[in-house]
Write a protein that binds this ligand. Structure first.
Ligand code: CP
Ligand code: NVA
Length: 316
């Protein structure tokens, strides 16, 4: 098949939060992701990143993000450079703003996974090249773009669907609220007192929901959140960087904020189960539910195509 002409409208932009993009933009990103998936599976060579380089900065661990970015750049004809935060001079105190200006002279794009969201904002502010957020303590937009692709693939639509997130009001909850609200979904977050989503993120998602006809709600009761849901989503109780809170969080979340058969019985028949992974079986999800919902691996697979779309469009 001839090379599909992609829109140039996104060239040079950053991908830091899903709310930086309109619903039409995100639908287009998903269309491109679906197209790239079909082309790649058909064995078609794709060369949108021919001769281009992406730096991939990791200050936290990763399996999916690292491998899907590295493989995705290669499949697009470009070259990815894995840059560990331990090995870069940022690990020895070189300011992020200097790193941004130097790497902009060498590369065509940057992805960063780090702790503080401010670090990504500063990197993007000082870099002359597109910056992609590969997870911060606040947001995980690449994951949710792949999640939206997976939901659309399985359910044929996004608007009007109910998605319940069970667990910590963390980076995943935030990006699901952003992405779901933007696309007209009804997003319900069930989390314990003291672990609710960030108030500013919630307010922005509520605003997006008002525009799209979706909704965002935060509850304490997981069964109420799951009632009639089309998509059940969960994530670990303690995220990267919260290792010292693990025992305390097990006490707070344990036995209640878990995706199990009983919770699934409250959801709509045929409800999808999604998990960004890695999963902790017996904690936020039972072995039975996990192993009977293979769409979790479709979701992981779509990281590759969603991110290929983002890179092809931003580095155009
Ligand atoms: N879901 C996700 O981002 O996985 P990794 O931490 O393995 O990259
Ligand atoms: N909330 C998790 C997501 C991992 C992909 C974390 O930040 O560790």
């Amino acid at each position: 098949m001839a090379l599909k002409e992609l829109k140039k409208d996104y060239a040079g932009r950053d991908f830091l939060s899903l709310l930086d993009y309109t619903a039409d933009d995100l639908q287009y990103f998903l269309d491109v992701a679906d197209y790239l998936k079909a082309e790649h599976k058909a064995g078609q060579p794709i060369s949108y990143l021919q001769g281009k380089t992406m730096g991939l900065i990791f200050e936290k661990s990763s399996t999916r993000t690292r491998v899907s970015f590295e493989a995705g750049i290669y499949y697009l004809g470009g070259q990815g450079l894995f840059l560990s935060g331990h090995d870069l001079q940022i690990g020895r105190g070189e300011p992020i703003k200097d790193t941004a200006r130097v790497l902009s002279r060498f590369l065509n794009g940057l992805m960063i996974r780090t702790f503080s969201h401010e670090t990504v904002l500063e990197l993007a502010n000082y870099a002359d090249i597109p910056v992609i957020n590969g997870l911060t303590d606040l947001l995980h937009p690449c994951q949710v773009l792949a999640d939206l692709q997976t939901i659309r693939e399985h359910k044929g639509r996004l608007a009007g669907l109910k998605m319940a997130f069970i667990g910590d009001g963390n980076n995943m909850a935030h990006s699901l609220m952003n992405g779901g609200a933007r696309m007209g979904m009804h997003v319900v977050i069930a989390c314990p007192e003291g672990y609710q989503p960030d108030a500013q993120v919630l307010a922005a998602a509520e605003e997006a929901a008002r525009e799209s006809g979706g909704s965002v709600q935060v509850l304490a009761d997981p069964m109420a959140a799951a009632a009639g849901a089309d998509v059940i989503y969960t994530d670990v109780w303690a995220s990267m960087g919260q290792e010292s809170e693990k025992a305390e969080r097990e006490k707070v979340f344990g036995g209640v904020y878990q995706v199990n058969e009983q919770l699934m019985a409250a959801a709509n028949p045929g409800a999808m189960v999604l998990h960004c992974l890695p999963a902790h079986r017996g904690e936020e999800i039972t072995e039975d539910v996990f192993e009977t919902h293979p769409e979790i691996f479709d979701e992981a697979e779509n990281r590759l195509y969603a991110q290929m779309a983002v890179m092809a469009l931003l580095l155009a």
